[in-house]
Design a protein around this ligand. Structure first.
Ligand code: MRU
Length: 347
């Protein structure tokens, strides 16, 4: 490992000195802490698809800043032409990943700037787009902080917490969602112990969550995904905190593949299972988890990625969904910046 992450370092931001979308390249962690600066729409699409920037809130912020940066090089003063190109770019970016609603949510907010200002000249419109992108980013930090306060109110000092995937600072602009209470508790002497599972196949738990929480000085233990039941059966976990990519109106939750396994086991052993997310991740237009599109990813992520050598026979069929649905009855509460919601859900 080369460098510890400094919590002051931003996950995703607008570099105003050269008008680029800047982001930590999360595919390089924990070995290399590298910042990318992107301007081209294809590079931005790739960064989202390839998980260089990942985590629902961070994807939303990247898309908002990204479409602003791309709009800067739309070389026209004609509003109709500008709006047409904006919509093309929006549609393209929106196709990068289907499950996290924050992507379309952020792009729709940027699009509303055009709709709300139909006759504004292009240079002024660009200024408004910049302001909106920065507002989306600032709001994300505020929401995470409030989620953290709300989640911490449910935790006791000395709690042993399990988290899945990375719903940390690396997945947001600051604090994370599932990790926000961990950061706040750590600052306030809660003496928390954090277990994170590896999160096969892309190892967001091992590569990202363990890394960022250890960098913050927390007490972290890593386990494989299939060890979670063993930990809970032995009474070693007091609560589970996870993030979310889309919450349906009935409280079903799409989150990283494996989340529903953890939730099912938590229910079996009476461990509270909390989902943490900003209201931007709640999608009232989606009625239940059955209506959520689940992203399917390439087979190589399972058979060879991260291994020195391929670890499965050539030609084997692979099932690799990036997310699963946790049924609402497995969830103890959904914690947002607005408060703590319990079934029946009325967001
Ligand atoms: O595929 P990823 O790494 O983008 O998946 C991330 C997750 O599933 C997170 O738990 C979710 O986006 C919440 S991040 C605050």
């Amino acid at each position: 490992m080369t460098e510890w992450y400094d919590a002051g370092r931003e996950t995703v931001y607008l570099n105003e000195s050269n008008n680029t979308l800047a982001m930590i390249d999360q595919t390089k962690l924990p070995y290399e802490l590298k910042t990318l600066e992107l301007k081209g729409i294809k590079d931005i699409w790739d960064a989202i698809y390839l998980l260089k920037v990942r985590g629902a809130p961070a994807i939303g912020v990247a898309a908002a800043i990204g479409i602003y940066v791309v709009s800067l090089s739309v070389n026209t003063s004609d509003r109709d032409e500008f709006d047409r190109r904006f919509k093309e770019n929006k549609e393209y970016l929106n196709s990068a990943r289907p499950t996290a609603v924050n992507l379309s949510w952020a792009l729709n907010r940027m699009d509303a700037v055009l709709t709300d200002n139909p006759v504004l000249p292009v240079p002024d419109l660009l200024q408004r787009l910049r302001d909106e992108a920065l507002r989306i980013k600032a709001e994300d930090t505020e929401m995470c902080l409030k989620i953290g306060e709300n989640a911490l109110s449910l935790l006791k000092k000395g709690s042993r917490l399990l988290t899945h995937c990375n719903a940390g600072q690396l997945a947001t602009t600051k604090y994370g969602t599932a990790t926000a209470a961990m950061y706040l508790g750590h600052e306030r002497g809660y003496d928390l112990h954090i277990y994170c599972d590896e999160t096969r196949p892309l190892l967001q738990g091992a590569r990202l969550t363990a890394y960022e929480l250890m960098a913050a000085g927390m007490d972290v233990t890593l386990c494989c995904d299939n060890m979670v039941a063993s930990l809970m059966r032995q009474g070693m976990i007091d609560a589970v905190l996870v993030g979310c990519d889309r919450v349906a109106a009935n409280g079903d939750v799409a989150n990283k593949i494996g989340t529903s396994v953890v939730a099912t086991v938590a229910k079996r052993y009476n461990v509270p299972f909390y989902v943490c997310g900003p209201t931007s991740t709640i999608d009232p237009m989606t009625k239940t988890g059955n209506d959520i599109v689940i992203e399917q990813r390439p087979a190589e992520e399972v058979t060879e990625m991260w291994y020195e050598r391929r670890m499965a026979p050539e030609g084997v069929k692979v099932y690799n969904p990036a997310f699963d649905i946790t049924d609402n009855e497995l969830i103890t509460a959904i914690i947002t910046e607005r408060g703590i919601y319990r079934a029946p859900y009325d967001f």
